[in-house]
Each structure stands twice: as structure tokens, then as C-alpha cells.
Design a protein around this ligand. Structure first.
Ligand SMILES: [Zn+2]
Length: 219
């Protein structure tokens, strides 16, 4: 949908004339008319006002050009699941369970249970367990359970061949994961972590030292 159609539809739904909308967002009626004719689009400041007035994200106002994803848990976002700042402005980076009232909640999975019910959560965990086991990682025992883990505890830094160091997780997010012994014995064990977006398998020695990435796979 084009911006012009989105604005026209939202304005009509709200029962506002072009004049009334213009007044609410501090522009002229001509400006509104130009948006709806597709001649111009609102500037950034006006988009913010429109977003608040219509209670839709700026992404929606712009005709949904982006597939929005929560940067914390990885769930895909729509206007009903996108977080908001305290002043009611959408924060299009995060879902409302990971971020609310201006802060990271750090308990996405708890919120997920509240919302979808314990059953849905267990189903999702089972699904992830199946996906981990389907990876058939050599030496890794069958995954039986997953725990909620804070990103700040399991965000290991991997050294690439070129000497660069990378991290894959977000300290502010929570993940579902576990630690598993290696079937071949030895010092190293497996660490697994996942969210709605990806699966990660790594190995490391005691206390997460000398970590090596085995798999990082988008779901
Ligand atoms: Zn989230």
C-alpha cells in the first residue's frame, strides 16, 4: 500500500476531515491534500505525530516497506506487538515484551508465557529441541531440555581466522539454551542457544574459555 492510501484510510477511519487532520499535526490542509494525492510524503517530525495520532508505527504509515523484527528476541513485529516509549511513541526496534516503559524487561520468555500460555511456550521449546537435534552435531548428545539464559552470561566472544573477534548475542536479551558434555569426553563442552530467529551451537572449555563457534543458523 502506498503512503497516500495509508494516510487517506487512517484519516477516514478516524472520521477526520483533511482540515481537522491538518490542525492535529500542525500542517496546512494543502499539505494533507498533497500527501493523499501522492505528491509529497510527511516529513520525519510529522510522521511521528501521525504515528501517535493514529496509533500505528511509522513503518505502517510508510506502507510497511520493512519486515520489522525485534532486535532482542527475534520475533516479527506488527503494530500490536511493537514496543512503545513512555510517551506513547513506537519504538520499532523491539517487541513490547522485550522493551516496555523505556526499559528492557529481560524476561521475554516470561512475558511470552503470560501471553501465549505455558502450553505454547512448551511447544516452542520442543520445536527448538527438535531443530537442535536435527543439526546432528558430531559429539553432541541429544538435547532434552532448554533453560532461559541471560544474554550477558552466554555472550561469548569468538575469534575469527583473521584475528577479528565477534559476538553473536545481545547482552540485553534472553535466550533458550543449555550446556551439554561432549560425547567424546575431554575438557570441552557444548553450549547451545536459540531464540525465535536463530540457533547457535558452540564449544568451550571451563567457564566459557576458548570458545569456538560450531553452527549459527537462521531459523
Ligand atoms: Zn522481543
Amino acid at each position: 500500500m502506498d503512503v497516500k492510501d495509508v494516510i487517506l484510510e487512517l484519516r477516514t477511519k478516524k472520521g477526520l476531515s483533511q482540515d481537522q487532520l491538518a490542525e492535529r499535526v500542525h500542517v496546512t490542509r494543502q499539505a494533507v491534500s498533497r500527501w493523499e494525492n501522492g505528491e509529497t510524503i510527511p516529513n520525519t517530525e510529522t510522521l511521528k505525530l501521525l504515528s501517535k495520532l493514529f496509533d500505528v508505527s511509522i513503518n505502517t504509515l510508510l506502507g510497511s516497506p520493512r519486515q520489522m523484527v525485534c532486535h532482542c528476541c527475534g520475533m516479527s513485529l506488527d503494530d500490536s506487538t511493537t514496543s512503545k516509549e513512555i510517551d506513547g511513541i513506537f519504538n520499532e526496534e523491539y517487541c513490547k515484551w522485550c522493551y516496555s516503559d523505556g526499559e528492557f524487561t529481560l524476561d521475554f520468555w516470561k512475558r511470552y508465557v503470560e501471553l501465549g500460555g505455558e502450553e505454547k511456550f512448551e511447544e516452542f521449546k520442543k520445536q527448538l529441541i527438535c531443530e537442535f537435534n536435527a543439526l546432528n552435531v558430531e559429539g553432541m548428545p541429544k538435547v532434552e531440555s532448554l533453560n532461559v539464559l541471560s544474554g550477558s552470561f552466554i555472550n561469548l566472544e569468538y575469534e575469527l581466522q583473521n584475528g577479528k573477534k565477534v559476538k553473536f548475542l545481545d547482552d540485553n536479551a534472553t535466550y533458550l539454551g543449555n550446556q551439554l558434555p561432549c560425547e567424546f569426553g575431554g575438557e570441552r563442552c557444548f553450549g547451545i542457544a536459540a531464540n525465535m530467529q536463530f540457533l547457535l551451537v558452540c564449544t568451550y572449555e571451563a567457564n566459557g574459555t576458548n570458545p569456538e563457534l560450531v553452527i549459527y543458523k537462521k531459523r
